[in-house]
Design a protein around this ligand. Structure first.
Ligand code: SAM
Ligand code: SF4
Length: 502
C-alpha cells in the first residue's frame, strides 16, 4: 500500500468515526426501545393468517376512505391467498390511487454523482470491497453536462440525485452539487429546460447537516432502511462500517423532520428478508412518523434486489421475491398507506412496470442511466463496473410517456408542491381530502403541454394531445371556477412561456 493510499484510508476512517451522533438516536427512542416491534409484527401475521372474506372487504372499505390501516388489518391483506379476493384487492388499490392521485404519473430520472463509499453492503456494486468498481465523483462541469442532457435533450424536470457515503461526497458536496444542478438552464425548441426539483438519495445525516440541505432547498429526502429485520440488517452491513448502525439509519427521518425536511421517502430493498415482515415494518415506520410529527412518508419505495457486477450476494438471496409476491406487496402498501406516493423504478422490466402502475404506483423513472457520468457519455453506462446494479427497463422518456398516454395516464412534470409551500403536513392533509388533486390536475396539464411542445416526438405528441383534450374537458366540467385561469396559463404556455403553475 503506498503512502497516499494510507493517508486517504486513515482520513476515511476518522471521517466515518464522526458520522454517528448517539444522542441523535437516543432522544427519539420510546423508553429506550425503537418503534420497530418485530414481536408485534410476527404476532399479527400469525393471528391473521386465514382472514375471512368479509373482514378483508371491510378493510378494503377503510382503505377507500384514505385512512392508514392498522398492523392487524395489513396482516390480513398480506395473508390473502384466494385469487379472486386478491383481484378485488388489486382493483381497490387502483381505486385508492385514482381517488388520491387521479390518472397522473410523475416521472423523474436518477442522477448518480459519486460512487465512492465507505460502506460495504453485501448486495451493492458500490461497496468499498468491490475492487472492480472504478470510483468517481463528478465535478461541477461534469454535473452540468449531465443536466444539459437530462433537462435540455430528454426534458426531465425532476431528479433523484444519488450519492455513496464518503468524505468526497459529504453534505457540502451534496449541497453544492444541488446548487449546480439548479443553475443549469438549457435552450429548448420553444423555451428553456431546467431541473426544478432535486430529490436526494443519500446516507443518513445529522440534524445540522439536514438543516443545511433544507436551507438550499431539496425535494424529498430519501433513505431506504433496506431491511427492517435487525439481525439480517446487521449481517448484511458489516458492524465496523457506518451503515452497520441500524438505529442511526432508522431514525434519520426523525432528524430530517426536526431539521425541517418534511418530505421524506422511506423504502425497503426487497429480497433481503421476508417480504411480509418488511411491509408490516414499513407501516410501523409510517405510523411512527404520523404519530410523532403528524406527517407520514411522502413516498415509499420498494426496489427489488438486482444483480450487480462482482456482487455474488445478489444471486444467492434466501428471500427471493417472485413476481406474484411483488404484485401482492405493492398492492398491500397501496392499501395500507393510501395517501403516500409510490415509486416504481426501472430496475423492473417494461412488462412488470405496466402491471405495477395499474396497482397504484404514482411515480416512475425513464431514460434512466445509473453509471457515473453516463448521460453525457453513453459509453460509461455500458461499463458494468461503474454501475451499482443492472437496470431492467432502459426505454426513453418519450417511449414511456407515449405508452402511459395510450393507457389513459397523463404524465405530470409538475414540481410546484414544495416551491409554493405545499409540503409535509399541508400536502398530507390535502392528499387525504382529495384537494391536492385540484392543483395537481391543473399543473399536470400545463407541464405536459410544455413537455409535448419542447421534447416529444411527433408520434408521442399525437397521443398526448388526446390526453390533454380530455383533461381540459374534465376541468371545464368538474372544476368550472378554475377553468378560465387554466386556459389563461395554457395559452401562455403554448406561446412559449415556461414554468407557470398554480
Ligand atoms: N449510499 C446511500 C445509501 O445506501 O443509503 C444512497 C445510495 S444507494 C446507491 C441507493 C439504494 O440503492 C440503496 O438504498 C439500496 O436500496 C439500493 N441498492 C443497492 N444495491 C442494490 C441492488 N443490487 N439492486 C437494487 N437496488 C440496490
Ligand atoms: Fe454504499 Fe449505499 Fe451501496 Fe451501501 S448501498 S455500498 S452505502 S452506495
Amino acid at each position: 500500500m503506498n503512502t497516499t493510499h494510507t493517508i486517504e484510508s486513515n482520513k476515511e476512517k476518522s471521517w466515518s468515526k464522526r458520522r454517528i451522533i448517539p444522542q441523535e438516536i437516543s432522544k427519539y427512542l420510546n423508553n429506550g426501545r425503537c418503534f420497530i416491534d418485530a414481536d408485534r409484527i410476527e404476532d399479527a401475521l400469525k393471528k391473521n393468517n386465514a382472514p375471512e372474506e368479509s373482514r378483508v372487504r371491510e378493510i378494503l372499505q377503510k382503505s377507500l376512505t384514505i385512512e392508514t390501516l392498522s398492523l392487524s388489518e395489513t396482516a390480513c391483506l398480506l395473508n390473502v391467498e384466494n385469487e379472486d379476493l386478491i383481484a378485488e384487492m388489486e382493483q381497490t388499490a387502483a381505486e385508492v390511487k385514482r381517488r388520491v392521485y387521479d390518472n397522473r404519473i410523475v416521472t423523474f430520472a436518477p442522477l448518480y454523482l459519486s460512487n465512492y463509499c465507505v460502506n460495504d453492503c453485501l448486495y451493492c456494486g458500490f461497496r468499498r470491497s468491490n475492487t472492480n468498481s472504478k470510483r468517481r465523483a463528478l465535478n461541477p462541469d461534469e454535473i452540468e453536462r449531465e443536466v444539459q442532457v437530462l433537462a435540455g435533450q430528454i426534458g426531465h424536470k425532476r431528479l433523484i440525485v444519488v450519492y455513496g457515503e464518503h468524505p468526497k461526497s459529504d453534505v457540502n458536496y451534496i449541497a453544492s452539487s444541488i446548487q449546480t444542478i439548479a443553475n443549469v438552464q438549457v435552450k429548448t425548441k420553444h423555451g428553456t429546460g431546467q431541473i426544478r426539483r432535486c430529490n436526494i438519495n443519500a446516507a443518513p445525516m445529522s440534524v445540522e447537516e439536514l438543516k443545511l440541505l433544507h436551507q438550499i432547498g431539496i425535494g424529498t429526502f430519501q433513505v431506504f432502511q433496506e431491511t427492517y429485520h435487525r439481525d439480517t440488517y446487521e449481517a448484511l452491513h458489516p458492524q465496523n462500517t457506518v451503515k452497520g448502525n441500524y438505529l442511526w439509519r432508522l431514525y434519520c427521518m426523525h432528524r430530517a423532520m426536526e431539521a425541517g425536511c418534511d418530505d421524506v421517502g422511506i423504502g425497503v430493498l426487497f429480497g433481503l428478508y421476508d417480504w411480509k415482515f418488511e411491509v408490516m415494518a414499513l407501516l410501523q415506520h409510517a405510523v411512527e412518523l404520523e404519530d410523532k410529527f403528524g406527517i407520514g412518508p411522502h413516498t415509499i419505495s420498494f426496489p427489488r434486489m438486482e444483480p450487480a457486477d462482482n456482487t455474488p450476494y445478489t444471486q444467492n438471496t434466501r428471500h427471493p421475491v417472485s413476481d406474484r409476491a411483488f404484485r401482492r406487496l405493492v398492492t398491500a402498501i397501496r392499501l395500507a398507506v393510501p395517501y403516500t406516493g409510490m415509486i416504481l423504478t426501472a430496475r423492473e422490466n417494461a412488462e412488470m412496470r405496466r402491471q405495477m402502475l395499474s396497482l397504484g404506483c404514482t411515480q416512475t423513472d425513464a431514460s434512466s442511466r445509473i453509471g457515473i457520468g453516463a448521460y453525457a457519455d453513453a459509453t460509461e453506462e455500458q461499463q458494468g463496473d461503474k454501475q451499482q446494479f443492472i437496470l431492467g427497463d432502459i426505454r426513453s422518456l418519450d417511449a414511456v410517456v407515449r405508452e402511459l398516454a395510450e393507457s389513459g395516464y397523463i404524465t405530470s412534470f409538475c414540481t410546484a408542491g414544495y416551491r409554493c409551500g405545499r409540503t409535509g403536513k399541508k400536502i398530507m392533509d390535502l392528499l387525504r381530502t382529495g384537494c391536492e388533486g385540484h392543483f395537481c390536475k391543473l399543473n399536470a396539464i400545463i407541464t405536459f403541454r410544455e413537455w409535448l411542445d419542447d421534447f416529444a416526438s411527433e408520434q408521442t405528441k399525437q397521443v398526448g394531445e388526446k390526453v390533454i383534450e380530455k383533461e381540459i374537458a374534465e376541468v371545464k366540467e368538474k372544476l368550472p371556477s378554475m377553468y378560465p385561469q387554466l386556459m389563461n396559463f395554457y395559452q401562455q404556455t403554448k406561446t412559449g412561456k415556461r414554468d407557470i403553475y398554480f
